[in-house]
Design a protein around this ligand. Structure first.
Ligand code: B16
Ligand code: MG
Length: 219
C-alpha cells in the first residue's frame, strides 16, 4: 500500500484502554477456575492482560494441581468464552472508559488517523455493543494475527492498514505485554495504568482523561 505522509497516528488497545471489559474477562475466568478448583485471583489476572485466550488459560493452569490435555484445555477456554460472550451481550456505551470518547473526538478534530489493535477475537462484538465500531476505520483483532502481544504483529498490521510508518504511531496500552509489543514495533507508547505494570512505556497515565490529544500525539 502507498503510505500517506501523516505526521501522527494513534493505535489503541481495546480492553482496558477504551472499554472496561477487563473486569468481565476476570469474572468469566474466575467462574471457570472456581468450578475446576483452581486458585485464581486479581493478581494472576493482571498477567492475562493483552495475552491471547489460550495463553491466558495456560497461565491460570500454572495454579492447577493436575495436568490438562489439549482437549480439556479447549473445553475450558470455550466454557470461559461462553460466559464472557453472555456478559458482552449486556454491555453498552456505559462500558466505555473515561476520556476515551473525548480523545477520539479530539483526534477527529485534528485529523489524526487512529485504529484499534486488540488481541481479542471478540473485539468486533465489543465495538458494536459499545457503539464505537462506526468510529473505527481500522480494526485489527485476535482473528487477524498469528502471534499475540508481546509480538508487535498486531500493531504493525494496524500501521500498514492505516497507511502510515510505524515510527509515526503512538500505541496506547494497559498491558505489560502490550507495552512490550508497541516498543518492539518501533512505536512510541503511552501506558495506561500503574507504573509497576506499564512503566516501560514512554509516558504513563492513570486514564485517558489525564492527557490531551496534542500531548498524546507527541508522547
Ligand atoms: P478473547 P486487548 C485482550 O484484549 C485481553 O486484554 C486479554 O485479557 C484477553 O485474553 C485477550 O484479549 C483475548 O480475548 O478471549 O476475547 O479472544 O487488551 O488486546 O484488547
Ligand atoms: Mg488491554
Amino acid at each position: 500500500m502507498e503510505r500517506a505522509m501523516s505526521a501522527h497516528a494513534v493505535i489503541f488497545d481495546l480492553d482496558g484502554v477504551l472499554v472496561t471489559t477487563d473486569e468481565l474477562h476476570y469474572c468469566a475466568w474466575k467462574q471457570m477456575a472456581d468450578r475446576e478448583g483452581i486458585f485464581f485471583d486479581r493478581e494472576v489476572n493482571h498477567r492475562l492482560r493483552g495475552v491471547s485466550r489460550m495463553e491466558s488459560l495456560a497461565i491460570i493452569l500454572e495454579g492447577a494441581s493436575r495436568g490438562y490435555s489439549s482437549v480439556e484445555r479447549e473445553r475450558l477456554a470455550d466454557e470461559k468464552n461462553a460466559i464472557y460472550r453472555a456478559a458482552l451481550e449486556r454491555i453498552g456505551a456505559g462500558e466505555i472508559l473515561p476520556g476515551a470518547v473525548e480523545t477520539l473526538d479530539g483526534l477527529d478534530a485534528m485529523g489524526v488517523p487512529y485504529a484499534v489493535a486488540s488481541s481479542s477475537r471478540n473485539a468486533g462484538l465489543i465495538l458494536e455493543r459499545t457503539g464505537l465500531r462506526a468510529r473505527m476505520s481500522v480494526v485489527v483483532d485476535g482473528n487477524d494475527i498469528t502471534r499475540s502481544k508481546p509480538d508487535p504483529q498486531v500493531f504493525l498490521i494496524a500501521a500498514e492498514r492505516l497507511g502510515v510508518e510505524p515510527g509515526v504511531c503512538v500505541v496506547v496500552e494497559d498491558a505489560e505485554s502490550g507495552v512490550e509489543a508497541g516498543l518492539a514495533a518501533g512505536m512510541r507508547v503511552l501506558g495506561v495504568g500503574p507504573p509497576e505494570r506499564v512503566g516501560r512505556a514512554h509516558r504513563v497515565v492513570g486514564s485517558l482523561r489525564e492527557i490531551g490529544v496534542s500531548e498524546l500525539v507527541e508522547v
